[in-house]
Design a binder for this molecule. Structure first.
Ligand SMILES: NC(=O)c1ccc[n+]([C@@H]2O[C@H](COP(=O)([O-])OP(=O)(O)OC[C@H]3O[C@@H](n4cnc5c(N)ncnc54)[C@H](OP(=O)(O)O)[C@@H]3O)[C@@H](O)[C@H]2O)c1
Length: 289
C-alpha cells in the first residue's frame, strides 16, 4: 500500500516505522524537514511538501499536535480543490469529539474519506501486542484499510460517528488518571510512614488493584441498568468514617485527591442511596451543573 505520514514527532515516527516494517511504501513529511532523515535512511520516501506527500498516499496518516493545524495542512497545503479525492485521511492527532466531527466534514469537502484515531499507546508500544488504536468514521475506509492500520497495533473500530474514538480515548485516559491519582495518594501515605513505596507497590498495591478491577464489569452493568441494588459493600458503611482523610491529615499528607471522591459518596448517601454500592456515584456525575 502507498501510505503518507504527515508529522514525524515521537508518535508519527513510530507509526511510519511500523508501516515500513510491514512492507508498505511510505512517504513522509514533517514541518521541520530534518526530522525525516532517520526514516528516509530506513527506507521511507521524503516528500518536499504536504501536497507531494498526499499525492503519494492512498492513506494519509496525520499525527501532529492540534486540530487547527491539521485543518491548515489539509485545506491550505495539500493542493486545494479535491486534493483528497479517493484518499482516506486517518487523523490520530488528539482532540475532542466535536473537532473530529468537524474535521470529517472538512475532509469530505476536499473529496476524501475520514477516520479519526485514538492511540492507546506510547511510541515505544507501537507494533507491540499490548497497544491498541481506536478508530471511528467511515466504515468503508476502515474495512478497506484495516490491514494497513493493524501495523500500528490492534485496531478497534467504534462506528461511523467520528467523535466516538476521541470520546472513548478521553474516557480511557480519565480511568488511567484516576488510577494514577489513587497510586499517588497511596504512595504518599506509605512514604509518610517511611515505608519503601516500590515494595508496597509491587507486593501489595498492584495485586490489590488487579483484584479490584474484577469488580468493574458488575458495577458497569449496574450503571447500564440503573439498578444499584446488587452490592455487598454499601455506601453508608463506606462513608461512616472518613478514615482515609483523618489518617492522611495525621500523617501530614494532603487528601486533595481523595476528598472529592469521598464527597461524592457522601452526597449519594445524603440523597437516600446509602444501601447501594459505589457504582451509583456515576449518577451524581451525570447531574453536573
Ligand atoms: N507520544 C505519545 O505518547 C502519544 C500517545 C498517544 C497519542 N499521541 C498523540 O500524537 C500526536 C503527536 O504526538 P507526538 O508525541 O508525536 O508529539 P511530538 O513528538 O511533540 O511531535 C509533534 C509533531 O507535530 C508537528 N507539528 C506541531 N505543530 C505543527 C504545525 N503547526 N504544522 C505542522 N506540524 C506541526 C511537529 O513538527 P516539527 O517537528 O516541525 O516541530 C512534530 O512532527 C499528538 O496529538 C498526541 O496527543 C501521542
Amino acid at each position: 500500500m502507498n501510505v503518507a505520514v504527515l508529522g514525524l514527532g515521537a508518535m508519527g515516527t513510530a507509526l511510519a516505522d511500523a508501516l515500513l516494517a510491514a512492507g508498505h511504501r511510505v512517504t513522509v513529511w514533517n514541518r521541520t524537514a530534518a526530522r525525516a532523515d532517520g526514516l528516509v535512511g530506513r527506507g521511507a520516501r521524503r516528500a518536499g511538501s504536504v501536497a507531494e506527500a498526499v499525492a503519494e498516499g492512498d492513506v494519509v496518516i496525520v499525527c501532529i499536535l492540534d486540530y487547527a493545524d491539521v485543518g491548515v495542512l489539509l485545506e491550505e497545503q495539500a493542493g486545494g480543490g479535491e486534493a483528497l479525492r479517493g484518499r482516506v485521511v486517518v487523523n490520530v492527532t488528539n482532540g475532542s469529539p466535536e473537532e473530529a466531527r468537524a474535521m470529517a466534514k472538512r475532509v469530505a469537502g476536499l473529496g476524501g474519506a475520514y477516520l479519526d484515531g485514538g492511540i492507546m499507546a506510547v511510541p515505544e508500544m507501537i507494533g507491540r501486542p499490548e497497544a491498541f488504536v481506536l478508530y471511528s468514521g467511515s466504515r468503508a475506509a476502515f474495512a478497506t484499510y484495516q490491514g494497513v492500520l493493524d501495523a500500528f497495533a490492534r485496531s478497534v473500530y467504534l462506528g461511523e460517528d467520528p467523535g466516538a474514538a476521541p470520546l472513548n480515548d478521553l474516557a480511557l485516559l480519565s480511568g488511567m488518571y484516576g488510577m494514577f491519582g489513587g497510586f499517588a495518594h497511596a504512595a504518599a501515605l506509605v512514604r509518610s510512614a517511611g515505608g519503601p513505596v516500590e515494595e508496597f507497590t509491587t507486593g501489595l498495591l498492584v495485586p490489590w488493584l488487579r483484584a479490584m478491577c474484577g469488580a468493574l464489569p458488575a458495577m458497569a452493568a449496574e450503571i447500564d441498568s440503573g439498578d444499584y441494588g446488587a452490592t455487598g459493600s454499601n455506601l453508608a458503611m463506606q462513608v461512616s468514617h472518613d478514615s482515609i482523610g483523618a489518617v492522611s491529615h495525621a500523617q501530614g499528607v494532603s487528601d486533595e485527591l481523595f476528598a472529592p471522591v469521598f464527597a461524592l459518596m457522601r452526597r449519594r448517601v445524603a440523597g437516600g442511596h446509602g444501601d447501594e454500592g459505589f457504582a451509583g456515584v456515576v449518577e451524581e456525575l451525570l447531574r453536573a451543573p
